[in-house]
Design a binder for this molecule. Structure first.
Ligand code: AMP
Length: 178
């Protein structure tokens, strides 16, 4: 399956979760066994080329692709979690959303000094989530040079924001619009 075949498996829902948003829904991609397998394989090839030693994925959809890529490559997986979920002492980062703020937390003891960790998520829009994850992982001592996504929404500028923070961005497909 090519990235174009995978793109055809993404469902677009207009005006979700609010008016004006075109929600790019991966549910239909991951429900297709061949589609899921091919998207994980393509992500894994690109992650392997970037020399990652571990994978970090953001709750919740980043867990699906990130953990699968980690298994494919025999690497460890670091969950970047929503607040209050980890049962140990965490470090966290607050970041701005379009309306309000959100927070990500990790267990810093899961990360070795200068470990090369690749970020994997389903989609990059404004880049706020991925940039916060990169900053948090760096704070724990990781080297973050690459972030991999199934979908990029280039018009929202997230990929450029990550590149400005010295994180190379790679996506299997782009969609136009917000
Ligand atoms: P952002 O922080 O703006 O890059 O958004 C990151 C997260 O929000 C992604 O991991 C997606 O899960 C979700 N998201 C944002 N915009 C969309 C969209 N148009 N369709 C589907 N998911 C989205």
């Amino acid at each position: 399956m090519t990235p174009d075949d995978l793109k055809a498996l993404i469902r677009t829902i207009a005006d979700f979760p609010e008016p004006g948003i075109q929600f790019r829904d991966i549910t239909t991609l991951i429900a297709d066994g061949e589609g899921l397998k091919a998207s994980v394989r393509l992500l894994a090839e690109r992650v392997e080329a970037s020399g990652a030693q571990a994978i970090a994925g953001m709750e919740a959809r980043g867990f699906i692709f990130g953990a699968a890529v980690a298994v494919e490559l025999g690497l460890g997986f670091i969950p970047v979690r929503k607040p209050g979920k980890l049962p140990v002492e965490t470090i966290g980062i607050d970041y701005a959303l379009e309306y309000g703020t959100d927070r990500l937390e990790i267990d810093p003891s899961a990360i070795a000094a200068q470990q090369n960790i690749a970020i994997v998520d389903d989609l990059i829009a404004t880049g706020g989530t991925a940039l916060a994850a990169a900053q948090l992982l760096r704070q724990a001592g990781a080297a973050i040079s690459h972030a991999h996504f199934v979908i990029d929404l280039p018009e929202l500028g997230g990929a450029n924001k990550l590149r400005e923070a010295d994180v190379a961005v790679d996506a299997l497909m782009d969609f136009e619009g917000a």
